[in-house]
Design a protein around this ligand. Structure first.
Ligand code: ATR
Length: 287
């Protein structure tokens, strides 16, 4: 029986097992395939992954904090995984471990329209930000990165630019240096961006995005697309404000569903049942 898993630390809260098992069942693969959650600390990650092919695993999703290590241990990697410098999907095949990154494609697939020619603002400078910058930049958007700690935004900019040069990919990326303050006048004017993507942890513990991020509460407009990677059981206050202003909104669960669908296709070579995956992902509490 081919086994699949999501490997993370912690991982108990992950919606991927419910979502992927629902997809397997919907396609009649539920008897044959199985998708589980594996919690392993960073020091045990590589040994755990290397043992998986012999245990019947066909592939795995990799989540925080293992995405860099997953790319490092792979025998071959897709271009997007190499560009981003991280992998969220592994395939165990006859020629070894193959690393992919479906976070980028998942974000693009979740958008209501192609980002080509748009100006995009990416908030944050962690792993999720890096994938978003690559995804949007490679899709032809001009990307500005803002981060609470500006030096980290600059690091992402430099790394992305250098890697793009090495790989001969054209990417337009800059940084925005504004301090997030409660004073709305101090915020940047987000209406100039066709796309705003929050990859920071702001909102995860109920923080007010309009205090912790350099955005104006009344700064969204119709025609914009606003993505909040943070998800909980109800729409985030960032997305509520965007929707109230007539902007299109995309939540983190939709991005999760789309990246999961791309991973599913890589492992099974079957068309992923998106609606089934979406229902399973949304119907699960995050705690
Ligand atoms: P991930 O890899 O999941 O993106 P991460 O590397 O921990 O996670 O990054 C979290 C992001 O959220 C960072 O950009 C962090 O900003 P700093 O680099 O300044 O730490 C951002 N973040 C977390 N809490 C924040 C807050 N209260 N206000 C603003 N940004 C915050």
């Amino acid at each position: 029986m081919p086994r699949l898993a999501v490997i993370g630390h912690p991982v108990a809260h992950s919606r991927s097992p419910a979502m992927q098992n629902a997809a397997l069942a919907a396609l009649g693969l539920g008897e044959e395939w199985d998708y589980e959650a594996i919690d392993v600390a960073p020091e045990g990650f590589e040994a755990r992954v290397r043992a998986m092919p012999a245990e019947g695993f066909a592939g795995a999703n990799v989540t925080v904090p293992h995405k860099l290590a997953a790319l490092a241990l792979a025998d071959t990697a897709s271009e997007m995984a190499r560009e981003i410098g991280a992998a969220n999907t592994l395939i165990f095949g006859p020629s070894g471990i193959l690393a992919h990154n479906t976070d980028a494609g998942g974000l693009i697939a979740a958008l209501p329209a192609q980002p080509q020619g748009q100006r995009a603002l990416v908030l944050g400078a962690g792993g999720a930000a890096r994938a978003a910058v690559w995804a949007l930049g490679a899709a032809g958007a001009g990307v500005d990165i803002w981060n609470r700690t500006p030096a980290r935004a600059e690091t992402v900019r430099v790394e992305v630019t250098e890697r793009a040069q090495d790989l001969q990919v054209k990417i337009e990326v800059g940084t925005i240096g504004v301090e997030a303050r409660e004073d709305p006048a101090a915020a940047l004017d987000q209406s100039g961006y066709g796309l705003v993507v929050n990859t920071t942890a702001v909102g995860l513990r109920g923080e007010d995005p309009f205090v912790h991020l350099p955005l104006r509460r009344d700064g969204f407009r119709p025609g914009q697309v606003v993505v909040d990677m943070v998800y909980g059981d109800s729409p985030s206050s960032l997305l509520n404000a965007a929707a109230a202003a007539g902007a299109a909104t995309v939540d983190g669960i939709e991005v999760l569903v789309q990246q999961g669908a791309l991973s599913f296709q890589l492992w099974t070579d079957r068309e992923p049942p998106l609606d089934v995956m979406r229902v399973a992902a949304y119907s699960l509490g995050d705690r």
